[in-house]
Design a protein around this ligand. Sequence first.
Ligand code: AMP
Ligand code: MG
Length: 521
Amino acid sequence: MSIQFLHKFTTNLPSDTIEENYTRQVPKAAFSFVTPKIPSQPKLIHISKEVQNLIGFSDEFVQSETFLKLVSGAEIVSNAKPFAMNYAGHQFGNWAGQLGDGRAIVLGEIENNNQIFTLQLKGAGATPYSRRADGLAVLRSSIREHLCSEAMFNLGVPTTRSLSLVSTGDEVLRDVMYNGNPAMEKGAIVCRIAPSFIRFGSFELFSSQNDIENLKLLADYTISNYYTEIQLEGKEKYIEFFNSVAEKTREMIVHWQRVGFVHGVMNTDNMSIHGITIDYGPYGWLEDYNPNWTPNTTDAEGKRYRFGNQANIALWNLYQLANALYPLVEEAEPLETILNNFAKKYDEDFSEMMLKKLGITSKNEENDKLIQQLLYNLEQTETDFTIFFRNLNQINKEDSVEDCVSKINFSFYKSEEVTGIILETWHFWFAQYLTILKEETTSDDERKLQLNSVNPKYVLRNYMAQMAIELAEKENYSLIDELYTLLLNPYDEQPDFEKWFAKRPDWARQKIGSSMLSCSS
Ligand code: AMP
Ligand code: MG
């Protein structure tokens, strides 16, 4: 099998004029050609068979030496001309200027089944955008990215994919909690896949440099390759483009809220122009429902990127994108209209999604109140988000409120707290819920099927990834494979894996890597 890279991005957009690889500002360029660092002893740890099939790689090829060289950066394979992308961004609400791929290197685009796939190595060495860092990634964060990308895809959440996980054989120095305790860790590389890795920050870069020519070039390139349904011309084209990005972004956030995913670093450089989840760093999964939770210790103070704030932040980020695109539109109103509609549309989508999680098909004010009351109840005592919603599939219309509470009892972290007023609020809530269910024409069986398609049984709980990481540090990769397999079918009952349908164990409550993560990866 021979791979043919297309070189679309690099032939259509401006290149850095300097070839040397050292940290610097790179003006008026969308990328710099770079060569990945040669790893000392690359080993393939895991492949996503699904991604392999998606991009049309044969079994024979992925077992070959050439494949290992490709996904570890050990050798430039076929006609690849690797490059690092230039972009800017707002980080934690502040303008950060040029950022760029400091530790990601694009191998190129390939085509399969009329789709374009960009292959990118994360952790393959320094680039002109590495600033003061080393361009490398550690095993723990690479395992987290590889497993979570695929888990998210299988949950139906728009996301970048991960083809492979490789250990490099090199050691990397990291201070996990930024507390002056650096240690050597194993290096690794993930080969991730997306239509492209263009971000909101890619547009902010040219706009901030007042480089309108390249801003237009990038927008035209993005639209003609990835938004081909847009047939408009002139400023209308860019308005429609912005509208599509806003829609896709909104849909992505609704999915995050549905499955309990907290991204953790929603900076504008981590927002894909395709509305797909990108950059799995200090992300986490809700265990007990807590809208104020963020796994990211770097954000512990302001909790800007907490679970319950993700839609607001998506909107904030879209404002930055609108500002960046403004020179192509030169009219604020159409962009403002799109931004102003975002919150209203999000609220509608959110309640529609929540009603689906409850198995309710009709939508009215009373049902919306039911959602609000539920979110309030879920915070009264630590309640497992995934288990609570999954166990709603046990409830029958003719159940008593006591039956209902006993069926969701497993989701309470401290069921002894569910007495008195807390128990009463649950009885009150289930009474209303049952009334609504009885008014619905769908049968219990039909509803259960529908519920099981939106409320996953299994997600990549923070402690699960941590267990896989701890074993992998000892070169035992069995749990990576087990979790990958489990999460191929997150909505299915999988009796052999029932042990993963469990609340976070107590040891994981305050553990680094499990409930606390930093950007040091
Ligand atoms: P992140 O918040 O992980 O998306 O990273 C923000 C910026 O820092 C991006 O420009 C990254 O490329 C860069 N970066 C993060 N980690 C490293 C690293 N180990 N070496 C070089 N650049 C990095
Ligand atoms: Mg990033």
